[in-house]
Design a protein around this ligand. Sequence first.
Ligand SMILES: NC(=O)c1ccc[n+]([C@@H]2O[C@H](COP(=O)([O-])OP(=O)(O)OC[C@H]3O[C@@H](n4cnc5c(N)ncnc54)[C@H](O)[C@@H]3O)[C@@H](O)[C@H]2O)c1
Length: 249
Amino acid sequence: MDLNNKVIAVTGAARGLGFAMAKALTEKGAKIALIDVNEALLVSAAEQLAGSRYYCLDVSNEAAVEAAFAQIWQNFGALNGLVNNAGIIRDGLMVKGEPGNIISEMSFDDWQAVININLSGVFLCGRAAAKLMVEHTQQACILNISSISAEGNYGQSNYSAAKAGVEALTTVWTKELARHKIRCVAIAPGFIMTDMVASMNQAALQKASAMVPVGRGGQPEEVASMAVNLFENDFINGVVYKVHGGMRI
Ligand SMILES: NC(=O)c1ccc[n+]([C@@H]2O[C@H](COP(=O)([O-])OP(=O)(O)OC[C@H]3O[C@@H](n4cnc5c(N)ncnc54)[C@H](O)[C@@H]3O)[C@@H](O)[C@H]2O)c1
């Protein structure tokens, strides 16, 4: 897909990987619908990206997602891509303790918050975007952002389950949407130096960084360049690309 003048919605676009991908796509001539829950950061992001517009909403709110995509269609009159990127972490062991002494457990609130945003949010935005793409027969591509944690990471029952679900959706949508000329791909990043990673337990972060064979965390631009490539290369479909510096969970 030639990205020039194509319209791409990016969720979680106000900062981190979402902003880096929105910026890289803008540099290729795409017009970006920036979606995020953080209005102050969205305003600043939109000011930096020529041709963009912003939409402040929670991707796990069905009515808000439906309204936002209707508005995106009204504003741009096209939708050629979606980057399903918005996500959070609420890490913790499912059960922490020892015989006779249970210290803590992952709360159901923490389970549901991550599933709602990282999995249901991906479904809701994917469905809203695909409806527009199918109805108006757009040449299009959906990029889902997974994680190497999809393989099952210690302390991440909620996050790993959500990301495994995101990878399954990538396979399902590849099959269901192919006849409409809509591709679906995913990126599973490893440790990338964004605010989300900075909020992690520092001891765990240091330990994990030391496990990256290239010897460092990745930069958001290194994920963004992969995103651009996946949009541009029409022969790539139905796969999850790992951008992890060689790291294994
Ligand atoms: N940074 C990493 O190392 C890493 C690794 C693997 C996967 N990922 C994935 O990449 C994506 C982006 O991560 P990041 O590191 O840039 O995180 P980040 O916290 O820096 O940015 C996430 C953005 O999503 C927005 N957001 C959160 N909840 C939202 C909601 N309900 N509705 C709309 N927007 C919402 C936040 O406001 C924020 O702008 C996430 O899906 C994350 O799971 C990140």
